[in-house]
Design a protein around this ligand. Sequence first.
Ligand SMILES: Cc1ncc(COP(=O)(O)O)c(C=O)c1O
Length: 336
Amino acid sequence: MAAASAVTMTTKARGRAARNGGSEIAKKQRESIHSPSILGTNYLSILGTNYLSILGTNYLSPLGAKVHLLSKPPGEAFTLKDVEKGLAEHKPTLLFITHGESSSGVVQPLDGFGELCHRYNCLLLVDSVASIGGAPLYMDKQGIDILYSGSQKVLNAPPGTAPISFSEAATKKIFSRKTKPPSLYVDMSWLSNYWGCDGKPRMYHHTGPITNFFTLREGLAILAEQGLENSWNMHRENTLRLHKGLEALGLKLFVKDPALRLPTVTTISVPEGYEWRDIITYLMKNHSIEITGGLGPSSGKVLRIGLMGYNSTKTNVDRVLDALRDALKHCPRSKM
Ligand SMILES: Cc1ncc(COP(=O)(O)O)c(C=O)c1O
């Protein structure tokens, strides 16, 4: 059992520490207790312009993780060449990248990323919070080792649960780690026991948010009935309709390369002469529509429109276009 083997490991290490006079092993033990990563490594590389990943980085470094942030200007995606350069330079054991980059409206191509990471002995961790169900993503084919998402976007369920999946290589790494994660709640071996993935009798770990699980299950059932590919197509078609409409209004799409435009979140360059806050406030006040501004690196540069799950409809596209047309007419415009 996870708990028993953890205790055994600690006891053995203590015995060795005592026999060796303790200093070196005790030091290693102290370090390992503070090792922050869920994968038993303190060498982590984060790629991305994802504001949230940058925020997260701020909290990993103080825990002892070596974090290397590779960034691109918002609106662009990483190429295999960019990634290979980072892998060769930093030799990370884990590479983190966001598939649906919601702060800039980019869908990050992932073909070849897993294979490349594995060539450098590195696992691939992907955030699909803003994309799962709304844009093509292939965990096995793309060689993704850890894939997580959120219940509250395309999956149409309330916030609070995060589906997560591990490849065999990631599972092996978790089960063979020699150090303790920094918190009970990020100890994936407990989580795997909770979900019956380790073939062992279930031990108490935490009380699951059962109502959220039911809503997530229903969201997934609806998606399965619709068909994953139909959902991808629906998001793509509605977003294309939105893009055409925005361009017809004279607005500029922030992501220049059409192939990199995320089908769930559209970014528009803030139109010249306007204050982005005026536009979003006008839409909320006069049309009860919430769109938002940029985040982190895209802050002040873009307006963002989310069309996800049940919200991704032609009617909603037309509604937001009408509302924006109205906002552009009525919001104050500086004389530039
Ligand atoms: C790409 C991405 N990652 C992570 C998150 C964070 O999700 P949550 O709001 O559930 O913390 C978001 C939220 O918008 C997101 O778009």
